[in-house]
Design a protein around this ligand. Structure first.
Ligand code: ADP
Ligand code: MG
Length: 181
Protein backbone atom coordinates (compact mmCIF):
# COMPACT_ATOMS: atom_id res chain seq x y z
CA UNK A 1 0.00 0.00 0.00
CA UNK A 2 1.37 3.38 -0.94
CA UNK A 3 1.83 5.96 1.78
CA UNK A 4 -0.54 8.18 -0.15
CA UNK A 5 -3.37 5.68 0.06
CA UNK A 6 -6.18 6.91 2.28
CA UNK A 7 -6.62 4.74 5.38
CA UNK A 8 -10.33 4.51 4.81
CA UNK A 9 -12.51 5.34 1.82
CA UNK A 10 -14.82 7.03 4.36
CA UNK A 11 -12.04 9.42 5.29
CA UNK A 12 -10.27 10.38 2.07
CA UNK A 13 -6.95 12.15 2.40
CA UNK A 14 -8.28 15.19 0.57
CA UNK A 15 -10.88 15.68 3.31
CA UNK A 16 -8.49 15.16 6.21
CA UNK A 17 -8.57 17.97 8.76
CA UNK A 18 -5.80 20.50 8.34
CA UNK A 19 -4.23 22.46 11.18
CA UNK A 20 -5.07 25.97 10.15
CA UNK A 21 -5.82 27.97 13.27
CA UNK A 22 -3.06 29.77 15.18
CA UNK A 23 -3.72 29.85 18.91
CA UNK A 24 -2.00 31.41 21.90
CA UNK A 25 -2.59 29.96 25.35
CA UNK A 26 -1.62 30.99 28.87
CA UNK A 27 -1.03 28.33 31.52
CA UNK A 28 -0.65 28.81 35.26
CA UNK A 29 -0.21 26.59 38.32
CA UNK A 30 0.14 27.31 42.03
CA UNK A 31 -0.78 24.00 43.69
CA UNK A 32 1.13 20.73 43.92
CA UNK A 33 4.03 20.09 41.56
CA UNK A 34 3.65 23.34 39.67
CA UNK A 35 6.30 22.65 37.03
CA UNK A 36 5.07 19.08 36.62
CA UNK A 37 1.51 20.32 36.16
CA UNK A 38 2.60 22.71 33.42
CA UNK A 39 4.54 19.93 31.71
CA UNK A 40 1.58 17.54 31.95
CA UNK A 41 -0.76 20.16 30.51
CA UNK A 42 1.58 20.84 27.61
CA UNK A 43 1.89 17.13 26.91
CA UNK A 44 -1.89 16.73 26.82
CA UNK A 45 -2.35 19.89 24.75
CA UNK A 46 -0.06 18.36 22.13
CA UNK A 47 -2.86 15.87 21.37
CA UNK A 48 -4.95 18.71 19.93
CA UNK A 49 -2.44 21.46 19.18
CA UNK A 50 0.81 21.33 17.27
CA UNK A 51 2.72 23.37 19.83
CA UNK A 52 5.36 25.50 18.15
CA UNK A 53 6.74 27.79 20.87
CA UNK A 54 6.75 27.66 24.67
CA UNK A 55 7.93 30.57 26.81
CA UNK A 56 10.22 30.47 29.80
CA UNK A 57 8.61 29.73 33.13
CA UNK A 58 7.72 32.87 35.11
CA UNK A 59 7.16 32.87 38.83
CA UNK A 60 4.51 35.45 39.71
CA UNK A 61 2.73 36.80 42.75
CA UNK A 62 -0.97 35.97 43.04
CA UNK A 63 -3.34 38.78 42.18
CA UNK A 64 -6.84 39.42 43.49
CA UNK A 65 -6.72 36.78 46.23
CA UNK A 66 -3.30 37.17 47.85
CA UNK A 67 -3.34 34.43 50.55
CA UNK A 68 -2.16 31.66 48.25
CA UNK A 69 1.14 30.35 46.87
CA UNK A 70 2.98 31.99 43.97
CA UNK A 71 2.15 30.86 40.47
CA UNK A 72 4.32 29.50 37.72
CA UNK A 73 3.14 30.83 34.37
CA UNK A 74 3.96 30.12 30.75
CA UNK A 75 2.54 31.04 27.36
CA UNK A 76 2.62 28.89 24.26
CA UNK A 77 1.48 29.07 20.68
CA UNK A 78 0.65 26.49 18.08
CA UNK A 79 -1.70 25.35 15.38
CA UNK A 80 -4.93 23.42 15.77
CA UNK A 81 -7.71 22.08 13.64
CA UNK A 82 -10.23 22.50 16.47
CA UNK A 83 -12.83 25.24 16.59
CA UNK A 84 -12.48 27.72 19.45
CA UNK A 85 -15.32 26.00 21.34
CA UNK A 86 -13.79 22.57 20.80
CA UNK A 87 -10.47 23.88 22.03
CA UNK A 88 -12.11 25.23 25.20
CA UNK A 89 -13.69 21.82 25.84
CA UNK A 90 -10.26 20.21 25.44
CA UNK A 91 -8.52 22.69 27.74
CA UNK A 92 -11.22 22.27 30.37
CA UNK A 93 -10.94 18.47 30.18
CA UNK A 94 -7.17 18.78 30.65
CA UNK A 95 -7.69 21.08 33.64
CA UNK A 96 -9.94 18.46 35.26
CA UNK A 97 -7.55 15.60 34.38
CA UNK A 98 -4.75 17.46 36.16
CA UNK A 99 -6.89 17.83 39.24
CA UNK A 100 -8.55 21.19 39.01
CA UNK A 101 -11.52 21.52 41.34
CA UNK A 102 -14.21 24.18 40.96
CA UNK A 103 -12.85 27.37 42.52
CA UNK A 104 -13.16 31.10 42.14
CA UNK A 105 -11.56 33.55 39.75
CA UNK A 106 -7.91 34.16 40.61
CA UNK A 107 -8.10 31.36 43.21
CA UNK A 108 -5.55 28.58 43.76
CA UNK A 109 -5.46 25.83 41.15
CA UNK A 110 -3.11 23.05 40.02
CA UNK A 111 -3.63 24.23 36.45
CA UNK A 112 -5.38 27.04 34.62
CA UNK A 113 -5.45 27.11 30.84
CA UNK A 114 -6.70 30.25 29.15
CA UNK A 115 -7.19 30.76 25.44
CA UNK A 116 -5.68 34.16 24.72
CA UNK A 117 -5.94 34.46 20.93
CA UNK A 118 -7.39 32.31 18.15
CA UNK A 119 -6.40 33.63 14.70
CA UNK A 120 -7.85 37.14 14.64
CA UNK A 121 -11.16 35.93 16.08
CA UNK A 122 -13.19 38.29 18.21
CA UNK A 123 -16.11 36.54 19.91
CA UNK A 124 -18.10 36.41 23.12
CA UNK A 125 -20.68 33.94 24.36
CA UNK A 126 -21.61 32.42 27.71
CA UNK A 127 -18.59 30.11 27.82
CA UNK A 128 -15.94 31.82 25.81
CA UNK A 129 -14.54 35.27 25.19
CA UNK A 130 -11.69 35.69 22.70
CA UNK A 131 -9.35 37.52 22.97
CA UNK A 132 -9.23 36.60 26.66
CA UNK A 133 -10.87 39.62 28.32
CA UNK A 134 -8.31 40.05 31.10
CA UNK A 135 -5.10 39.37 29.20
CA UNK A 136 -4.21 43.03 28.68
CA UNK A 137 -4.10 43.72 32.41
CA UNK A 138 -2.23 40.60 33.50
CA UNK A 139 1.55 40.88 33.60
CA UNK A 140 1.78 37.13 34.21
CA UNK A 141 0.17 36.62 30.79
CA UNK A 142 1.78 39.47 28.87
CA UNK A 143 5.40 38.83 29.86
CA UNK A 144 5.54 35.23 28.57
CA UNK A 145 3.38 36.14 25.56
CA UNK A 146 5.67 39.02 24.62
CA UNK A 147 8.68 36.71 25.01
CA UNK A 148 7.40 34.18 22.47
CA UNK A 149 5.63 36.60 20.13
CA UNK A 150 6.29 40.29 20.78
CA UNK A 151 4.49 41.36 17.61
CA UNK A 152 1.30 39.35 18.00
CA UNK A 153 -1.64 41.75 17.82
CA UNK A 154 -4.75 41.78 19.96
CA UNK A 155 -7.44 42.13 17.26
CA UNK A 156 -9.69 44.17 19.56
CA UNK A 157 -7.33 46.97 20.51
CA UNK A 158 -4.70 46.57 17.79
CA UNK A 159 -1.89 46.54 20.35
CA UNK A 160 1.04 44.15 20.27
CA UNK A 161 1.99 42.04 23.27
CA UNK A 162 5.29 43.93 23.52
CA UNK A 163 3.57 47.32 23.59
CA UNK A 164 1.18 46.14 26.31
CA UNK A 165 4.06 45.10 28.55
CA UNK A 166 5.67 48.50 28.04
CA UNK A 167 8.69 46.77 26.50
CA UNK A 168 9.96 45.37 29.81
CA UNK A 169 9.06 42.66 32.24
CA UNK A 170 7.04 43.89 35.19
CA UNK A 171 8.66 43.11 38.55
CA UNK A 172 5.93 40.63 39.34
CA UNK A 173 6.82 38.45 36.35
CA UNK A 174 10.53 37.82 36.14
CA UNK A 175 11.71 34.91 33.99
CA UNK A 176 12.45 31.82 36.07
CA UNK A 177 16.03 30.60 36.14
CA UNK A 178 15.47 27.72 33.79
CA UNK A 179 13.72 27.61 30.47
CA UNK A 180 10.73 25.51 29.48
CA UNK A 181 8.93 23.16 31.87
P1 ADP B 1 -9.49 32.96 35.25
O1 ADP B 1 -8.75 32.14 34.24
O2 ADP B 1 -9.78 34.37 34.78
O3 ADP B 1 -8.91 32.90 36.63
P2 ADP B 1 -11.35 30.86 35.46
O4 ADP B 1 -10.32 29.95 34.84
O5 ADP B 1 -11.80 30.54 36.85
O6 ADP B 1 -10.91 32.35 35.39
O7 ADP B 1 -12.60 30.99 34.53
C1 ADP B 1 -13.05 29.89 33.87
C2 ADP B 1 -14.22 30.29 32.98
O8 ADP B 1 -13.81 31.26 32.03
C3 ADP B 1 -14.70 29.09 32.25
O9 ADP B 1 -15.99 28.80 32.70
C4 ADP B 1 -14.68 29.49 30.79
O10 ADP B 1 -15.90 29.14 30.19
C5 ADP B 1 -14.51 30.99 30.83
N1 ADP B 1 -13.77 31.58 29.73
C6 ADP B 1 -14.21 32.62 28.97
N2 ADP B 1 -13.33 32.94 28.03
C7 ADP B 1 -12.26 32.09 28.18
C8 ADP B 1 -11.04 31.93 27.48
N3 ADP B 1 -10.69 32.73 26.46
N4 ADP B 1 -10.20 30.96 27.90
C9 ADP B 1 -10.53 30.15 28.94
N5 ADP B 1 -11.69 30.25 29.65
C10 ADP B 1 -12.56 31.21 29.27
MG1 MG C 1 -8.95 30.24 33.32
Amino acid sequence: MSLDTPISPLFPASKAPTATHIVYLALGSNLGDRRGNLAAALQQLREVITIETVSSVYETEPIGYLEQPRFLNIACCGKTWLSAQELLHSTQAIEVAIGRQPTFRNGPRPIDIDILLYDDLHMQDNQLTIPHPRMAERAFVLAPLAEISPNVVNPVNGQTAASLTGGRYPLSAQPAHHTGP
